[in-house]
Design a protein around this ligand. Structure first.
Ligand code: GLN
Length: 287
């Protein structure tokens, strides 16, 4: 990187466009400070402190062009995670692209609740794994566990597998819709965990913010929000060991409906966990 910046200094006179220093890019940025810093770090490969100590350096023309393009895309609403191609989850950096939902901090509650219910050497299935954050984190936190992850989207599964590979998590993956992904029907699980598409089709949030850019099929069931959850709750007993757990992330107003579903299908010890905003976010039950 240092070489690239130095050589850009030497070629400055060859470019007719005015050159921009890092300090100027920051001062003129239309974006919030944090986003500016993250995007500039991404483009230049510099650390946060290098960005400050070397802010007199000129941006090489291709980096300046990239900076302008990313600013434009961000101003049009594209999520920062997609522009960076990554998002942190549970202390690790996961690759993301427009084929997967952007990892949310709320999902860390789901992961932790699943981990503390997984017995030593237990088997966990992450259904609708998306970028693979739950499965990969579970395997890295609990190397003793047998972790399986599935998704209906081949594009999402490619991202999950890439993350498992780069983070060195030995999970197994399969493509398929919910329980259809498992080819050995006799297999039984200690924990089944899912953050399914639970937003109802007419929720105005789908047309706002980051959600506009995320895969629709990862966000909504195109119905009342409970379509996939009904299916998972009804089918999971055939795939769980006795004493096994099903854990689901859901919307702030869905806990009562989900608890009713769990009760109808003979689960016990139903519990709802709150997120940091104090909203119902995860409901789980034991078979
Ligand atoms: N399991 C992934 C996550 O929690 C993907 C969830 C989804 O696409 N609905 O981020």
């Amino acid at each position: 990187r240092r070489v690239a910046l130095k050589s850009s200094l030497q070629t400055i006179s060859l470019h007719s466009d005015p050159m921009t220093t890092i300090a100027q890019a920051i001062a003129q940025s239309p974006l919030p400070r944090l986003e500016t810093r993250l995007l500039l770090q991404h483009i230049t490969g510099l650390s946060h402190s290098q960005l400050i100590t070397r802010d007199g350096d000129l941006l090489p023309p291709e980096q300046e062009a990239q900076w302008r393009q990313l600013c434009r895309r961000r101003e049009q609403g594209e999520p920062v995670a997609y522009l960076l191609g990554s998002r942190e989850f549970y202390g690790r950096t996961f690759a993301v692209n427009r084929h997967v939902l952007i990892p949310r901090p709320e999902t860390e509650h789901l992961l932790e609740a699943a981990l503390c219910r997984l017995p030593a050497g237990g088997a966990l299935w992450d259904m609708g794994t998306g970028s693979g954050i739950i499965a990969v984190s579970a395997k890295l936190e609990r190397p003793d566990a047998d972790v399986f992850a599935s998704d209906i989207s081949a594009d999402a599964l490619a991202v999950a597998q890439y993350n498992a590979q780069t983070l060195k998590a030995a999970c197994t993956f399969a493509q398929g819709s919910w329980f259809e992904a498992q080819k050995q029907p006799a297999r039984q699980w200690d924990v089944i965990v899912s953050n399914p598409p639970y937003i109802r089709a007419d929720d105005p949030h789908l047309a706002q913010g980051d959600l506009r850019f995320e895969p629709e099929g990862a966000l909504t069931d195109f119905a009342d929000g409970l379509q996939h959850i009904r299916h998972i709750v009804a089918q999971a007993p055939q795939h769980l060991k006795t004493g096994g757990y099903l854990l689901l992330e859901h919307g702030y107003d869905q806990a009562a409906d989900i608890r009713r579903l769990f009760a109808q299908h003979g689960y016990r010890h139903c519990e709802t966990l709150l997120d940091l905003a104090g909203l119902d976010r995860v409901t789980l039950a034991q078979l």
